[in-house]
Design a binder for this molecule. Structure first.
Ligand code: GRF
Length: 198
């Protein structure tokens, strides 16, 4: 049983790591125990190093299959003794076994107002649908649909005339950098009403 120490979390990334940076710079009342990248050249790893956060890189080709990858991931998280697993641009589908084990402790951010525009290219999906507002969603990751878990928090972002997917993505990302640290801070502190399972 875990004691009354500060919550420990790990962040899983695959690339740029701007959400990781926002989370680390928010000085949450929690300890980032480590960052795991699924790509060895992810620039987010530099951000972790700059904050003296331990890192691990797990790349696909070193594992026989998805289950073996997720086992290694689970081992690293157990080794770091984390309470929470924070996905921030982690470009891998996790196995149901892994998701079930960490259910309720596994959090993701997606750049749309879920349930709208799940999956790939959400900004282009928003432009194609002609909506005038999109945004971002912090949600639990649960077995089943990608991006389909319970919603913890959302922020709206306007779509402007003439937006490209890149311009819209920049505006949404700015909102992500506010929403993700703030939501994690409340979640880790037990201040966020947890939505009931469907
Ligand atoms: C963000 O837009 C996030 O919502 C999505 O992937 C992107 C990651 O960006 N899941 P970064 O690596 O945090 O800069």
């Amino acid at each position: 049983m875990k004691t009354s120490r500060r919550p420990r979390y790990a962040v899983l990334i695959s690339g740029r790591g701007s959400n990781l940076r926002a989370i680390l710079e928010a000085n949450l009342d929690a300890d980032c125990a480590g960052v795991i990248s699924s790509r060895s050249n992810a620039s987010g790893l530099e951000i972790a190093h700059a904050h003296d956060v331990p890192t691990a890189t797990l790349v696909n080709r070193s594992f026989a299959d998805r289950a073996a990858f997720d086992e290694a991931l689970d081992e690293a998280l157990e080794h770091w003794n984390v309470d929470w697993v924070v996905l921030a641009g982690f470009m891998r589908i996790l196995t149901d076994g892994f998701v079930r084990k960490w259910q309720g402790k596994l959090v993701n951010i997606h750049p749309s107002l879920l349930p709208d525009f799940p999956g790939l290219h959400p900004h282009q999906q928003a432009l194609d649908a002609g909506v005038d507002t999109t945004g971002c969603t912090v949600h639990l990751v649960e077995p089943g649909d990608v991006d389909g878990g319970r919603v913890l928090a959302q922020a709206s972002v306007p779509v402007h005339d003439g937006d490209t997917a890149d311009r819209l993505a920049d505006r949404v990302l700015h909102a992500e950098h506010q929403l993700y640290p703030e939501t994690l801070g409340r979640l880790f502190a037990g201040d966020l009403p947890m939505p009931h399972p469907p």
